[in-house]
Design a protein around this ligand. Sequence first.
Ligand code: SF4
Ligand code: SF4
Length: 452
Amino acid sequence: MNLPTFLGGVHPPEGKALTENKAIEILRPEDSREFVYPLALHIGAPCSPIVKKGDTVLAGQKIADTDAFVSAPKYSAVSGTVKAIEPRMAFTGAMEPSIVIESDGQYTPAPTLHDILGHKPQPSEYVKMIRESGLVGLGGACFPTHVKLSPPKDKTINHIIINAAECEPFLNCDNRLMLECPDEIIRGLEFVLEVFTEAEGVIAIESNKPEAIATMTEHCKNPRIRVMPVKVKYPQGAEKMLILSVTGKEVPLVPALPADVGCIVLNTRTVWQIWDAIENGRPVLERVVTVTGDAIADPKNVQVPLGLSMRELINFCGGFKDEPVKIISGGPMMGISMRSIDVPVVKGTSGILALTKNLAYLAEESACIRCGKCVEACPMHLNPTFLDHAVRKRDYATFEAFNGMNCIECGCCSYICPASRFLTQTCKEGKAAVNAARRKAAAQAKQKQEAK
Ligand code: SF4
Ligand code: SF4
């Protein structure tokens, strides 16, 4: 069957079999332990603590917030005491200011968001409630959801697309959620469609999940929603690729946004969480994580409270049966290699992948042989080898001129390169350097303005 797809992309081994038939298990430690909440946000302004050392907190109590629009508050998933506010290591390896809570194992609940609002929200209050719930894109990008749901007034939204592709190898958290909680996902999408009354809802699922396609189709009775199988190809779940597959429309280059082509794309768990916030008034306190890889004794899909140490989650899955040479937060294509597993599970932790030397990719770089495979594979139609040269020469003007800022960091170029060039890595470095230069220029302009 000719299923909708995009140009470019790759077909890495799926690795899904390890956990695709494992029902979600719940890990909820009932003895006292540390939970850590970094104040930084992957995309957006960091929060400031609204608790202090020694304070008692309840499960579901807000502990950090900010006035910045592009940000989202943080909540404690546990009841206990604030032990410290200090730098702790995050999954990126960076030391980040964090709130450390010593749990009491009781999970004594805080008032719900409905209690605080005084009633169950009306559609006009949904986006505010979603912001208040601390919701960010739970596929890993962590972009605040209320910002996505607040497109410019002159944009008409025609499609709310649920990104249920889960194209990252090894991960199954969205797949299992569709099998186990289809009604909640559909209800979450219906809440969004109450806000965007002219839009249709599309649940886009890669065709390698026939059970999820059948389950969602069977449960979906709303004529404004359809389930759409899409071709298995990485990175089908990247926002721009999925929009192209579903609508045939190409999102223009940055700074254009999905709303420019009438689309909003939301991850599966994000929509489940929208249901939980609107229906139950619950902020984001937990998430499902796929713990997998050939080094893990008993790979599983586990629902865990945010802030729990990844080490404890790995121990819950039987620990390591063989020595891992690489441990990744996320999937093998877009995930980040970790230096330590003594770091907390955060909103964007979709998976923990521990690989032995049999599966880990630890090749040495060699010279480019000009085969052009990276150009063919790039779904954004960039020239990765050219961008790589520019970044290595620190020629960021050329990097920008050749649209390097449009790189979605999908990893296709590095995956396909026979010379094992670190193409994705250099693109990431190029983007970081350009963004840092832009921030510096903006700060200098502000200083000059203030000095006048
Ligand atoms: S250049 Fe960027 S967008 Fe293109 S394949 Fe490489 S990582 Fe993906
Ligand atoms: S795939 Fe690798 S070897 Fe081939 S052109 Fe691109 S960088 Fe060079």
